[in-house]
Structure formats: structure tokens, C-alpha cells
Design a binder for this molecule. Structure first.
Ligand SMILES: Nc1ncnc2c1ncn2[C@@H]1O[C@H](COP(=O)(O)OP(=O)(O)OP(=O)(O)O)[C@@H](O)[C@H]1O
Ligand SMILES: [Mg+2]
Length: 284
């Protein structure tokens, strides 16, 4: 890649095992990757390949079993719980597929929650810009159970961005959204990278969603198997298909997920009006 920006976050031989001995799951098998500041990166790959595990360890939500994570020059793996809490509070935003809003609080209170917890004041102009861009003006006093899925996710995105974090992690942020909401959310994420210099790392099962990113990485069995600059939906679909064929040749019996994936469902309308296809069984 030309004109490299400094790294926002990088991993060195990152390993994550769940369990021990014969039952151990090797979720990350020595991952070396660097994410530049001010770039939008998509992470794709089969179900169970380690994408969420990577996001959680990068965001300090889970500890690594080996290797190092360097966040803005500091070694995250050497930080204690207090330091990690402060890092997450001030420098990291996380968007989950299942929104994770607090049910007793209004949309506005949910958006402002990271600042409330930190005892900090909001930047009113930034709050207004987020709310307006995400189309939430008329929903601010509603609680999550009075909002649609798309509206809840837009609240969660505003909450992730309210502190102007160094890095935003998004784990299938459009997984529960209709096609129009998905396109709006992806356009907003892209805009926040282009215009505000935000750094975003997003897991997605949808090749069109990945095409909004500047770079797309394909994960398989705890390792990076492809790394594309300026990914197109066609290129990413091709890479995922190749990976599935390779896994099948390697002798893996097709799972119910893979069998279901043979009947693709339209999901996200691309900016050019095209429709993408996602594996319904893979979107967890
Ligand atoms: N808490 C856990 N305990 C044990 N194994 C786990 C745990 N979390 C994840 N795993 C295992 O680690 C591997 C990677 O899981 P991960 O959730 O990172 O996959 P993923 O790529 O995000 O999949 P999906 O696309 O389905 O969300 C899987 O084999 C999974 O079963
Ligand atoms: Mg996952």
C-alpha cells in the first residue's frame, strides 16, 4: 500500500486459545496485522474462523494467550485492568451485532452513557451531528424496546462514536438491519473515516458491506489468508468462495451452515443499487 498512515493498532504473533489440552480451540494462530489510522478495514471469513475473537482481544475485552497488541504505540497486553478500562473508555468504540443498549435508558441517555460513566460533558455540536446524520432526532426520548432494530443499531453507533475514539470496532454492525438501513449505516461509517479521520475495523459476512472499506482481510481457521486493498464485492465473493472450496477439499464435511449458504438471500443494497448476497446461516 502506498502513502502508509501510522498504525492505530497492530498485532505481533497474536495467539488466542480457548480451553486446554485435547479440547483446546485455537481461535487465533499467530496473527500479524497492522491497521492504519484513518482507514476503514473489513474482516471477512467463515463462521468460527476467529473474527470476533480478534476484535475482542484487539479491543481489550478479552486477553490474548500469546503475542502482543500495540495500540497507538502502547503494549496493550502489558496493561492492568485499570489501564485497560481507561483505554476502552477513551480510545475505543465497539458496535455489536446485537446492539447491547441499556433497556431502562432513553436513546439519548444510551448515546451519552460512555461520557456519563467517565463523568465528562458532551460536545453538543458532535452529538447533534451524530444524531442528525443517523436520523435519530425524533427518537431520542424513546427506550430501546420502542425502537426498530435499525434505529437501535444507529443509537449504538452514535454511542460508539460519541467519545471520538481512536478506533471503532464493529462486529457485524449491519447483520440485523434491512437493506436500506445497512446502506445508510455503511455510508455513515465510510463518511466518518473520510471526513473525520476515524479508524474503523468491521467484521462482516457481506461482500458488498466489505466493498465500502478501504481494505478487506479474509480470515480462515485463526489466520489471515487474504488481504485486499480497495476491495470490490465481486473480488471478496470470489475470495470467500475459494476459501470455502479449499476447506471442502481439506476434508471438512459440509456443515448445516454451509448447506444453508447454498441458497443466498439478498441483504444489502449497494450504493449503485446492486444487491448483495449473504450466507444466512453464517450471520450468527
Ligand atoms: N468463550 C469461548 N470458549 C470456547 N471457545 C470459544 C469461545 N469463543 C469462541 N470460541 C471458539 O473460537 C473459535 C472462533 O470463534 P469466533 O467467535 O471468533 O468466530 P467468528 O469468526 O466470529 O464466527 P462467526 O462468523 O460465527 O461470528 C470458534 O471455534 C469458537 O467456537
Ligand atoms: Mg463472530
Amino acid at each position: 500500500m502506498t502513502n502508509k498512515n501510522p498504525a492505530a493498532i497492530e498485532t505481533i504473533d497474536l495467539i488466542k486459545d480457548y480451553g486446554r489440552g485435547e479440547n483446546a480451540v485455537h481461535a487465533l494462530r499467530g496473527v500479524n496485522v497492522s491497521f492504519e489510522q484513518g482507514r476503514f478495514t473489513a474482516i471477512m471469513g467463515p463462521s468460527g474462523s476467529g473474527k470476533s475473537t480478534l476484535m475482542h482481544t484487539l479491543a481489550g475485552l478479552d486477553s490474548a494467550s500469546g503475542g502482543r497488541i500495540i495500540f497507538d504505540g502502547a503494549d496493550l497486553s502489558a496493561m492492568n485492568d485499570n489501564q485497560l478500562t481507561l483505554l476502552r473508555r477513551h480510545h475505543i468504540g465497539f458496535i455489536f451485532q446485537s446492539f447491547n443498549l441499556l433497556p431502562m435508558f432513553s436513546a439519548e441517555q444510551n448515546i451519552l452513557m460512555p461520557l456519563t460513566l467517565a463523568g465528562e460533558k458532551s460536545d453538543h455540536a458532535w452529538f447533534q451531528l451524530l444524531v442528525r446524520t443517523l436520523g435519530l432526532e425524533s427518537r431520542l426520548s424513546h427506550r430501546p424496546n420502542e425502537l426498530s432494530g435499525g434505529q437501535q443499531q444507529r443509537v449504538a453507533i452514535a454511542r460508539a462514536l460519541i467519545t471520538k475514539p481512536s478506533v471503532v470496532f464493529a462486529d457485524e454492525p449491519t447483520g440485523n438491519l434491512d437493506s436500506v438501513s445497512s446502506a445508510e449505516v455503511l455510508s455513515f461509517l465510510k463518511q466518518s473515516v473520510k471526513e473525520l479521520g476515524q479508524t474503523i475495523i468491521m467484521v462482516t459476512h457481506d461482500a458488498v458491506a466489505a466493498s465500502y472499506a478501504d481494505r478487506a482481510i479474509v480470515f480462515a481457521d485463526g489466520r489471515i489468508v487474504a488481504d485486499e486493498v480497495n476491495p470490490t464485492a465481486e473480488r471478496m465473493s470470489g475470495l470467500l468462495m475459494e476459501e470455502r472450496e479449499r476447506a471442502t477439499r481439506a476434508g471438512a464435511a459440509p456443515s448445516i451452515t454451509q448447506l444453508m449458504a447454498d441458497s443466498p438471500q439478498p441483504t444489502i443494497a449497494a450504493a449503485d443499487g446492486n444487491v448483495s448476497f449473504v450466507n444466512p446461516g453464517q450471520a450468527q
